[in-house]
Design a protein around this ligand. Structure first.
Ligand code: B1M
Length: 234
């Protein structure tokens, strides 16, 4: 069979086949194919959030399993991450386009020693879509970066992300420093990342652990509304 006969035309696949193919393409780090797949699903009327969770995050979950099992290595995972980011870039303006009123402000960053940013970026996108102003500090943030941003930006929320069991304890360093400086209660502290859980969030003194971006948005809305009500009452 010639190469041409092998070629898959994404637009000819039905939705289910297309999502499966996008998982394969993400696995193979095929950026252009992921962009094309996202655009096709949008044309077919899929909601941006559904594309994000089913086609992109779904594919990255498979990458994560094979990375854990030593089947994929850092270079391949980086390519997959880049393909995912290209797909997210198309969805970002659409997720932010909800016309929601500004409901609060969040400073967010991945902690020191950690360069994973896909989950954090997704949280930022979803928060912006829900009407929050987001100041993204990027990756590998020492405590000083967070403190400086809190002072200059005066957000309602501090969000921290960590994807490694070796970096998640750093969240406690940041919270403990806030306590020492007497500013801990001035902010809502939300934490997230795959290795965390609720118990860890409580143990380090965060206000809440957020399992995913949708939970982050809901939690942020609830806690900001509570804070504003308390301020109005007090
Ligand atoms: Co890394 N990596 N990685 N990696 N990587 C993991 C995390 C790992 C679980 C893979 C595995 O073994 N299965 C493993 C950690 C093991 C552990 O600590 N227990 C691991 C490892 C070991 C490493 C290295 C040490 C590998 C090495 O060098 N030998 C190295 C460390 C680098 C460093 O940070 N210093 C490394 C490097 C990398 C890449 C650079 C290749 C790449 C990152 C690229 C990038 O981010 N730009 C990468 C990737 C892509 C992954 C996996 C495969 C995928 C992570 C991801 O993007 N998921 C990951 C495996 C996995 O998690 N299954 C893995 C998709 C994303 C949407 O989900 O980030 O969980 P997630 O975010 C979710 C929620 O967690 C939550 O909402 C998000 C959206 O729903 N959330 C928040 C996240 N942050 C939040 C913040 C909030 C709220 C919610 O604040 C309010």
């Amino acid at each position: 069979m010639s190469e041409e006969d092998d070629e898959i035309i994404l637009s000819e696949l039905d939705d289910e086949e297309l999502v499966q193919q996008m998982w394969d393409d993400l696995y193979d780090g095929l950026r252009e194919e992921i962009e094309e797949g996202v655009n096709i699903l949008l044309e077919r009327g899929w909601e941006p959030y559904r594309i994000l969770t089913e086609a992109l995050v779904g594919g990255m979950t498979i990458v994560g399993k094979d990375f854990r099992d030593g089947i994929l290595f850092v270079p391949e995972v980086l390519l997959a991450a880049n393909a995912m980011k290209a797909g997210m870039a198309i969805l970002k303006p659409l997720l932010a386009e909800t016309g929601a009123q500004r409901v609060g402000k969040m400073v967010i960053g991945t902690v020191k020693g950690d360069i994973h940013d896909i989950g954090k970026n997704l949280v930022s996108m979803m928060m912006e879509g829900a009407g929050f102003e987001v100041v993204d500090l990027g990756i590998n943030n020492p405590v000083e970066n967070y403190l400086e941003a809190l002072e200059t930006e005066q957000p309602d929320i501090l969000g921290m992300s960590a994807l490694l069991t070796t970096t998640m304890p750093y969240m406690k360093v940041v919270i403990d420093t806030m306590v020492e400086k007497g500013i801990r209660d001035d902010y809502i502290v939300l934490v997230g990342g795959a290795p965390l859980n609720e118990e860890f969030g409580r143990a380090i003194g965060a206000d809440a652990y957020c399992r995913d971006a949708a939970v982050a948005v809901e939690t942020a809305k609830t806690l900001v509304a509570r804070k504003h009500n308390q301020m109005a009452a007090g």
